[in-house]
Ligand binder design. Structure first.
Ligand code: SF4
Length: 448
């Protein structure tokens, strides 16, 4: 039986490394010069408010430019870069700012590669096997060939976030929320395992110039890793990517389900790796934030270490979608700042779509519409404080915390856009973390 080919190479230099990764796995074998090509990078987060660390978070513009040049050399002229950045779908300025800052306008000027904010484009509902349906961006459905450019990262809900997970950025916001289903049989992994079904033929190139622990966003730990992983078989690229991140694919729900559907093994026995040996390049990337149990219940280790008592902040689960999770870290930071050394009186904070109030708590905070709808009449609740929106309104979160006796600083919430900037200090003055990987020069690379 012919094996699925995956190239695993060290990133060394502009263009030649990407070319090697693609050609070694025969990644363009299904690509014709007249094809309409859709490039899907990973821009999981953006803000106009400040400069923030992007290493391992966002696909490097370096890899995107190199792939565009390679496509042009292959005779492809119809190239579209498309992403649906997580923000208010009505906010057109933030995606435009991201595309400009990341140099996509220059890619258009130099190579004619278009770029689109998929939130401004039509979506089409597609029924998938297993009784689920998602609304996909029409441009990607209409393309002949997909170049999928995820980042090499672990993820606090899905263990890894690679080729399959990157395609969640091609569906509309309602569908993204739906993916975080509370139905344990049709959960986030179930959706991700099917998400590539309507896609055209593809090449997956995992950008591991930088990798990320405890992704998907800027609060994880970034590493200079200098690897590229490529394959025209998305699942094979992801299986290798998971191993490179130090995770057994058998521990990654969506990879298990995707392999099962195709009758494929998880042990890479049907994959031929060209280039480096996995054992030589693999490094363990933690995927989760640590929570600890104590006499009050459960809370992140950082809160327990600070000596905080009287609050039960359970570990978020995979039903909490991106729009609520954007507030989770902020709420925890605000609680840490508000701590004055006096134990609170049994306050429980619930998030996501599945959690239920514990018995014996003095106050229960319900964060988001899902928690409010599910638990508002729950008999275990003594006093309820809720932020009922979807996503929750920051003012409602502040009020709920204040009403529960946790006097968080409202300023923190009004500065939510600038907080990512504080993470820059971790990487400043470290020459390994080079901002130019997220820029495009004026110089044209074709023919050099
Ligand atoms: S309330 Fe939160 S968890 Fe529920 S759908 Fe909205 S954003 Fe997602």
């Amino acid at each position: 039986m012919e094996k699925f080919q995956v190239s695993l190479i060290r990133y060394k230099e502009v263009f030649t490394s990407v070319r090697k990764a693609v050609l070694d796995c025969n990644g363009f074998k299904h690509l014709k010069p007249g094809d309409r090509v859709f490039i899907k990078p990973n821009i999981v987060f953006w803000t106009k408010a400040c400069k923030f660390p992007k290493w391992g978070v966002i696909t490097t513009s370096r890899v995107i430019e190199d792939i565009v040049v390679l496509l042009k050399e292959h005779g492809v002229t119809d190239i579209t870069i498309g992403e649906g950045i997580v923000s208010d779908p009505e906010d057109k300025d933030t995606p435009a700012h991201a595309f400009k800052t990341l140099g996509y306008e220059k890619l258009k000027d130099k190579y004619g590669a278009k770029f689109i904010n998929i939130m401004e484009r039509p979506f089409t509902r597609i029924r998938l096997e297993g009784g689920i349906s998602l609304k996909y961006n029409q441009d990607i459905l209409d393309s002949d060939f997909l170049i999928n450019l995820p980042v090499l990262k672990s993820h606090n809900q899905t263990v890894v976030s690679l080729g399959l997970k990157n395609l969640k950025g091609t569906i509309d916001i309602a569908s993204r929320k739906k993916c975080h289903s509370p139905n344990p049989e049709k959960d986030l992994h179930y959706h991700i395992a099917r998400i590539a079904d309507p896609m055209p033929r593809s090449l997956t190139l995992i950008d591991g110039i930088y990798s990320l622990e405890r992704g998907p966003a800027f609060d994880g730990r970034m590493r200079l890793t200098n690897l590229l992983i490529a394959s025209s078989d998305m699942l094979s690229a992801d299986l290798v990517g998971a191993k490179v991140l130090g995770h057994d694919p058998a521990d990654v729900g969506h990879l298990v389900l995707a392999a099962e559907r195709l009758g494929r093994p998880l042990d890479l026995s049907d994959v031929k790796i060209i280039g480096e040996k996995i054992d030589d390049v693999s490094t363990y990337h933690e995927y989760d934030f640590e929570y600890v149990k104590n006499k009050d219940g459960e809370m992140p280790r950082a809160l327990a270490k600070q000596g905080i008592e009287g609050i039960y902040y359970r570990k978020f689960d995979q039903t909490m979608c991106t729009y609520c999770s954007a507030f989770n870290g902020l709420i925890l930071t605000a609680i840490r700042q508000a701590w004055q050394g006096e134990p609170w009186k049994g306050v429980e904070v619930l998030t996501g779509k599945s959690m239920e109030p514990s018995q014996g708590m003095d106050a229960t905070l319900l964060i988001g519409k899902c928690m409010y709808t599910k638990n508002k009449d729950h008999p275990n609740i003594q006093k309820m404080f809720a932020a009922r929106g979807c996503p929750p309104d920051p003012d409602d979160i502040i009020k709920a915390l204040h009403d529960a006796g946790i006097k968080v600083d409202p300023l923190l919430f009004s500065q939510i856009d600038t907080l990512p900037g504080f993470f820059m200090s971790r990487y400043e003055d470290n020459p390994d973390f080079d901002e130019s990987f997220f820029q495009v020069s004026d110089q044209c690379k074709i023919g050099q």
